[in-house]
Structures are given as structure tokens and as C-alpha cells.
Design a protein around this ligand. Structure first.
Ligand code: MG
Length: 274
């Protein structure tokens, strides 16, 4: 088995400082959280940006650029900028969602498949997936294929069949989002069974399922994602004080299960990123 790539998703779009005071809002806070997580063992930082004043979900390119610069000036971890664009509306949604690709991070998320994401529609029309894959290929950015249910993997496989995704395809199996696939062991095994040959995959579990899903992911030979985007509690009733705490917890599981944690350089090699 390869070494385990730990991704830290430091803020996402939903957590607030009211929910957990350590939730990062400003570019400096977001970059600090990523760099601390890197020191704890994370090889990849998955980045959303917030309005620095209010913490509301934001999509300004200057905020993404500042976070990217701050991380790159301090460590060699890979950066994955989101293209989920949940706060973006209007006629040019696809173009605006894909603006972060122009900053040429190592990775960008690529959401295939639409779903009711708790209380809102997460719309990813077929033309978004195709356009995102093309733009990322042109920019030399590796897509992270985020899948929230089984059919999403079939759609990703269709993009791969069209030659739009460079090998190896890199999947994030997102388990336990209401109303995507539930975070159960049976479902993770089924999701994994649908992946194409040669795929590299990571798993995340939302909320209390985080620990169980990453543990099973490590056992099954996968990679894992942790962080405030997915979960705010280190254990029942105990808020995490930092994203790095989640990474330390993941590193402990990896070592307990006799695997090793990938450095950023090793993550680049595993994912075929030059
Ligand atoms: Mg995200």
C-alpha cells in the first residue's frame, strides 16, 4: 500500500466562529491553519475563502490568491482550491466558479453530479464537469473528483472515458452529507468498488462519521481528509481547537494501522503531479 495522503479542509463554507471559535475566516487565519496542519502531517490543504469581516462564504479571486501565496511562502504542501462556488449566482456561474483554476494551484475540486446538499441545491450540470475538466487540463491543475453518491462516480468515469482527466484520477469520496450517500462501511465499500482501475481515492466523513470513515479508509488502502469543513468536534462534546488537532488524530490512526503518512513530495508522486 502507498503512504497515506492526509488532506486538511480548513474552513469550508459552513462553520462559523459561533460554532467553533477556531474557525478560520481571514486569508491569514486560513493559511495559518493550513501551515499548522502541514506541520502535523497534512500534505494537501483544501481551501475555501470567507469574507474576512463577516466570515460569510466568499469567492473573490484576490482572497484565494492571498491564501495560496501565504501557504506557498511557508511550506511545500499542495494546495487544492475549491470550485464549488456555492455562493455564486448569475448567468456566468461556471466561469466564475472556475476562476481559481487560473491561479494554478496543484489541485482544484471538481464536483460531478448534483444533489440536495442539506438545505440547498448543489447544482453541477453536465456542462460544468466538462468545462472544469478542460480548463484544469489546460492549466495543468489536477482535478479532485468530489463524489457524494454512487452515480457521481459513473459521471466521473464518463469524463475519464472522454479523455478529459489525466491519470491517475483522484477521487474524494464524500460520505455522510445529507442527502448524499450515508456514511456506513457498506456504502464506502460499494463506492470504492465503483472506482476505475488505477484510481487514487480519499475519503471524508461528515460530523461524527469522520473518525470511522477515515479509519476504514486507511484500512482499505485509501487516503483521508479531515478538518473543520467536515467536522468541528475532536470527540463527542469536545470542540477541536485547531485543524492540526484533527491531522494529529489522523496521523495516530495511520501509524496504529501500520501505514505511513505521505509527505507533500510523496503525495505529488502518488498523484502524478509534476
Ligand atoms: Mg470543499
Amino acid at each position: 500500500m502507498s503512504k497515506v495522503i492526509i488532506t486538511v479542509a480548513v474552513t469550508g463554507s459552513r462553520p462559523t466562529k459561533a460554532m467553533n471559535p477556531a474557525t478560520p475566516y481571514t486569508p491569514a487565519e486560513i493559511a495559518d491553519a493550513a501551515v499548522e496542519a502541514h506541520a502535523a502531517g497534512a500534505a494537501i490543504a483544501h481551501i475555501h475563502v470567507r469574507d474576512p469581516e463577516t466570515g460569510a462564504p466568499d469567492s473573490r479571486l484576490a482572497l484565494f490568491a492571498e491564501v495560496l501565496d501565504r501557504i506557498r511562502s511557508r511550506c511545500d504542501m499542495l494546495v487544492n482550491l475549491t470550485t464549488s462556488g456555492l455562493n455564486i449566482t448569475g448567468d456566468d456561474v461556471i466561469a466564475r466558479r472556475l476562476e481559481p483554476v487560473s491561479l494554478r494551484p496543484e489541485l482544484c475540486s471538481l464536483d460531478v453530479g448534483s444533489l440536495n446538499f442539506r438545505d440547498r441545491l448543489f447544482a453541477n450540470p453536465p456542462e460544468f464537469g466538462v468545462e472544469a475538466a478542460r480548463r484544469m487540463a489546460t492549466a495543468g491543475v489536477k482535478p479532485e473528483l468530489e463524489v457524494f453518491d454512487v452515480g457521481h462516480i459513473d459521471q466521473a468515469n464518463d469524463l475519464i472515458a472522454q479523455g478529459l482527466i489525466a491519470a491517475p484520477p483522484w477521487f474524494q469520496l464524500c460520505m455522510g452529507v445529507n442527502w448524499g450517500i450515508a456514511a456506513t462501511p457498506e456504502n464506502l465499500l460499494f463506492m470504492r468498488s465503483k472506482l476505475p482501475p488505477g484510481a487514487q481515492w480519499s475519503v471524508l466523513g461528515v460530523g461524527r462519521s469522520q473518525l470511522a470513515m477515515i479509519t476504514l479508509g486507511v484500512l482499505l488502502g485509501g487516503h483521508v481528509r479531515v478538518g473543520f469543513e467536515d467536522n468541528l468536534y475532536l470527540r463527542r462534546g469536545v470542540l477541536a481547537r485547531s485543524n492540526a488537532e484533527f491531522v494529529e488524530q489522523a496521523v495516530g490512526i495511520v501509524h496504529m494501522l501500520q501505514r505511513e503518512v505521505a509527505t507533500p513530495a510523496e503525495a505529488r508522486a502518488i498523484l502524478g503531479i509534476g
